[in-house]
Design a protein around this ligand. Structure first.
Ligand code: ZN
Length: 397
């Protein structure tokens, strides 16, 4: 029996997923290779390669092929492997709070076409799903790819995900999405298997696949933008928790008597460090409120008021992240989201705060660094999802 990508509790082993991506990449670029070739090229053990290849065969990605030449240099030629169909593609759909992004990529994750549209995703769920389906058809057409070649689609939503039901896991975070069977609805619209995931976990997937988490098996990805969330990877496993809300760091209580949060609690991290909180703190300039984008831009250009607002947010985020460090002891904290574009203004404040609030041993080992991806992190993570978890492609067989 071939091991599947998921453990009994539904946890995905992301490290194995990443290695699976590497094997596919080698098959994609080299066409035909033996398991020994893959082991040499990746540095992975033959046993590991053998397991990965079995998984990929089981999912219908990889097949045995006739050796390229019949020349024999003593003994049987090694069994050659190749992708069943090098023309297969994966798709990613990213629902932000106010936009929809769709991309299609080859199995090496090279993006072939993408689209983005501004839309009130929070309230207009059905319209957002329809728009995504329309854009999906458009990107396939642009890329010149038949729908039958799509092995799976990763879908990101900006809130907790109840994976068992395929729905949004919190009514307060995405009000317009209550009761909507997102996975089912999208499968019906796209005609391909889909997998849903929250935006912070997708950021973590993108960083694990190409970015600041490539060489790391214990890290927390912090998305600091309009909202604040975390994607937590422990020993190569993505932590989802019992109902999928693991990583909702934005709703860590920092002040019981603080401002009322939209989640219904008081004094959450998001009441003092989210995008809207920073915008409020900076206040109007020449009579109008700046956008978070403008504040980050001004901070980078040296505006002291904007720098201070972002540094203060960084300090608060650091308090919550210090708690996370005490609990899970990551060796890296990868900071993404729009706010991360402020660079050291944010990161220095976070590091300082983690040093102050985490236990010394946990604080000393953690490297706080900026994410590689900012704007497209969720979309790229969504594209990476079908290969990180081969379950999405099981209808290939
Ligand atoms: Zn809250």
């Amino acid at each position: 029996m071939v091991a599947t990508a998921k453990n009994a509790d539904g946890t995905l082993t992301w490290l194995r997923g990443r290695n699976r991506q590497r094997v596919v990449e080698i098959l994609r670029t080299q066409g035909q290779v033996s398991q020994a070739d893959i082991a040499r090229a990746t540095g992975l053990s033959r046993t590991t390669v053998s397991t990965l290849v079995m998984e990929l065969k089981d999912a219908g990605f990889v097949v045995d092929t006739e050796p390229r030449s019949s020349r024999r240099r003593g003994g049987r030629p090694a069994v050659q492997l190749s992708l069943r169909d090098p023309g297969h593609v994966v798709a990613g759909i990213d629902f932000g709070h106010s936009h929809v992004g769709v991309a299609v990529a080859d199995l090496g994750h090279k993006v072939l076409a993408e689209r983005r549209q501004e839309l009130d995703v929070n309230r207009q769920a059905a319209q957002a799903l329809d728009a995504a389906a329309r854009m999906f058809a458009e990107v396939l057409e642009t890329a010149g790819v038949d729908r039958k070649k799509v092995v799976g689609a990763g879908i990101g939503i900006p809130g907790p995900v109840d994976r068992a039901r395929g729905t949004a896991g919190s009514a307060t975070i995405l009000p317009g999405w209550v009761g909507l069977r997102i996975a089912k609805e999208m499968e019906a619209r796209l005609g391909v298997p889909v997998e849903i995931e929250n935006d912070a976990n997708l950021g973590a997937a993108a960083e694990l696949t190409w970015g600041a988490g490539r060489d790391c098996s214990n890290f927390a990805y912090i998305k600091a933008a309009t909202g604040i969330g975390a994607g937590i990877v422990i020993d190569g496993h993505l932590l989802r928790g019992a109902t999928g809300t693991a990583g909702e760091i934005g709703h860590t209580t920092l002040d019981e008597r603080g401002l009322l949060c939209y989640c219904g609690n008081r004094g959450c991290l998001e009441t003092v460090a989210s995008g809207p909180a920073i915008v409020r703190l900076v206040g109007p300039v020449d009579g109008t409120l700046l956008s978070l984008d403008q504040i980050v831009e001004r901070a980078a250009a040296g505006d002291v008021r904007c720098r201070r607002a972002i540094a203060d947010a960084g300090r608060e985020i650091g308090v919550a992240v210090a708690g996370l460090c005490n609990l899970i002891n990551p060796n890296r904290v990868i900071v993404g989201g729009l706010l991360s574009r402020a660079g050291d203004v944010l990161l220095r404040a976070m590091r300082e705060s983690i040093r102050r609030h985490a236990v010394q041993a946990a604080a000393e080992c953690v490297d706080v660094r900026a994410a590689v991806f900012v704007e497209r992190a969720e979309l790229l993570g969504a594209v990476a999802l079908p290969l990180l978890s081969v379950s999405a492609s099981q209808n290939l067989r």
